[in-house]
Design a protein. Sequence first.
Length: 480
Amino acid sequence: MHTALTLLADAPAQTLPARSLMAFTLASHIILVPLGVALPLITLLMHAYGLRRNDATALLLARRWSAVMAVQFAIGVVTGTVLSFEFGLLWPGMMGRWGDVFGIGFGVEAWAFFLEAVLIAIYLYGWRRLPTRTHFLLGLPLPFAALLGAFGILAANSWMNTPRGFSLDPAGNPVDVKIWKAIFTPMFGPQYWHFVVAMLVTAGYVVAGVYAVGWLRGRRDRYHRLGFTIPFTLAAVFTPVQFVLGDSIARQVFHKQPVKFAAMEIVWKTDTHVPEYLFGRLHPDGSISGGIKIPQLDSILAGFRPDTKVTGLTTVPASDRPTATQATLVHWTFDIMVGIGSLLVLLALWYALVRLRRRGLPASPWFYRCAAVSGLASVVAVECGWITTEVGRQPWIVYQNMRVAEAVTSTRSTSLWIMFGLVVAVYVVVFGSFLAVLLKMRTRWRLADGTGEGPPPEGPGTDTPETDTPYGPRSAGSRT
């Protein structure tokens, strides 16, 4: 029988719906994470630019971005809370045995969440109500609170990939927990910085992409130029840095998680002079079909030499490694992530060359077409990165210490599938509401700028479309 089918038959019936539910909620939540982590920094950069140059347009952009930041944070609260509950509801075996070891990461994330909520409220309140410098200084801790939240989540996830900081008693339960070692595992540093820079790059391209679309539609005023330039420049600066960090974390996986690396590169048997496959499909007998084969490149990339030995999947029993189907999925997501990263490096270089030679923005419509889709491409790359990380660790939920099947809930699979359907329905409403609010805010802002289809409201005491919004303080003449 096919290896994947054999392993699936041996797993509890709850495993598939539990993993499907977790995968859906995580994939949905991670769409919001780049803005949650990086938008505060982008907003404050625009705010600082506006204060330094006494630029009303930059301050207007910063104020509007802070409104988006607040809405995004509110939606992220919903999706993040669901994820937190799912750890306990779907994986009680892991939380019950290992929660005392790695749970500190979730505690840090919770404190960061409350701190960020308070800081966002203060920052929104401060527009037009606090002294200019005081308001800006009160916003400065916001990016650090966002980074602290990422610290907590990545500490927990890196521990699941390279568990440290404990001993096992005769019953197999963790004892003698050392918190610092549990937090700062071998994968924490590479994983954390790779993630943080990915969020900066993704958020920068997403925000800039909005104004790139405006440029393509003929809106080439200073508002759109400035709204494009600052986030895109930030993303372009960090794109090559991210490429180097990605290479570094892949090398760490090669040393610390060789079986996961074998899945990422679909290496069946341990060998030297291992070729690199661009895409391709791994079969249960170890053969590979499709894809582009580049001789010796995998060994060169892993150890800078063609005689570097690369560990294969067959070094461990079939029950201790990803299936051929899972390995193919991991390999494809890894290749897609690297491919998108390579294209973004080229886009960043294009931008840098034009800026250095002409001291201005590119004029080619093709550049702005590429910039417009760069945000979506970056989100796809982030999704692929998480799939690579999580599926590549299979069948372990705690690497080499607990299998997914041991951690899953005993709740009936039928109930889990019903829960899955309910969560999907709720998320459709939540994300639909998020999109509707953003579109409504955009419409009001265009009316306020005189670029909408109708004239701005007139008359004494009438709110302008920009100030008549529940996401920031209102002008002195506004109604309460």
